[in-house]
Ligand binder design. Sequence first.
Ligand code: PNS
Length: 169
Amino acid sequence: MSACAKNNVAPSRAVCPGSFDPPTLGHLDIIGRAAALFEHVTVAVLINPDKRGLFEVPERLDLLRVITARWPNVGVDSFSGLLVDYCTGNDIRAIVKGVRAVSDFDYELQMAQMNSGLASVDTLFIPTNPKYSFLSSSLVKQVAKYGGDVSALLPPAVFRALTTKLAGD
Ligand code: PNS
């Protein structure tokens, strides 16, 4: 029995949602810090029928499994539809989001308030490590596409997958 369950406190499960196309060191930093705060963290990849990514969702899941393997309390899953429906269906009451800059905050706050209103699922914001405050999956893809070196911004397995993917295009 876990310490939380013994003390009659609800087990703490959180979700780190996102597109993860592909996952970066910034994502990994937030996932690791969430894993230190919660009993279990699910990294949930949105299946978005309106937006085809560079990586297919199963490829993103495989990459996430590899790069989060060091944390036994982190699982990987995909979801479609509303995030709050995924949360309530999986007994998850907290969403963890990284915030890189004030510019992220406006939209993140709107989503957090919407999710809280829809299903009483709360959002916790973790400030991104300043090392990664400029980092996004879109920028990484753009820079890599034109030959820029993004090796310091991605977990090695993701860097290899991105190199292979772009060489095949
Ligand atoms: O990595 P991203 O693309 O910034 O992640 C955005 C994501 C997946 C967290 C967000 O778009 C989301 O939660 N989508 C699921 C649909 C949903 O619940 N929409 C209402 C949000 S208030």
